[in-house]
Design a protein around this ligand. Sequence first.
Ligand SMILES: Nc1nc2c([nH]c(=O)n2[C@H]2C[C@H](O)[C@@H](COP(=O)(O)OP(=O)(O)OP(=O)(O)O)O2)c(=O)[nH]1
Length: 135
Amino acid sequence: MTTVPTVLVVAVALVDADGRVLIAQRPEGKQMAGLWEFPGGKVEPGERPEAALIRELNEELGIEVAESCLAPFVFTSHAYDSFHLLMPLYLCRRWSGRVERREHAALAWVKPNRMRDYPMPSADEPLVAWLCDLL
Ligand SMILES: Nc1nc2c([nH]c(=O)n2[C@H]2C[C@H](O)[C@@H](COP(=O)(O)OP(=O)(O)OP(=O)(O)O)O2)c(=O)[nH]1
C-alpha cells in the first residue's frame, strides 16, 4: 500500500458587505498555478490552525483578522496523487486594513454562484457548493 502525507491547510471565505467572496489566483511557479483558491496556506508544525490563518492572511493580503472573527464553516478532505489535503474553510466578515494583492497573480470578489467561472482545485468543489447553499 502506498501512503501519502496528510497536509493540513487552512483557508478562509472572506465575505464583503455585498455577499461576495474573495478568491485568489495561484501564481506561476507554484503547484496548481493559475487556479483560483481561497486565501490561506499550510499550518506549520506546532502552529494552531487559527494562528496559521491569521499569519497567512497578513502575509498574502496585508489584512489583520481577529481570531474571534474566524467562524469554522465547512471542510474538505481530498486525495491528490502526492498528498491528502485536509482543509477547513473558515468564514470571516470582519477584518481591518485594505485587501492588497501581495503573493497571488490576481484577486477577485465573486458571488458564490459565479465561482464556477473561475477554475479551482478539485478539492474546492464541495466548498463552493456549500457557499452557494449557505451564503
Ligand atoms: N490556500 C489554499 N490552498 C488550496 C486550496 N485548494 C487546494 O487544493 N489547495 C492546496 C494547494 C496547495 O497544495 C496547498 C496550499 O499550500 P500553500 O499554498 O501554502 O503551499 P504552496 O503550494 O505555496 O507550497 P509551499 O511553497 O508553501 O510549500 O493546498 C484553497 O482553496 N486554498
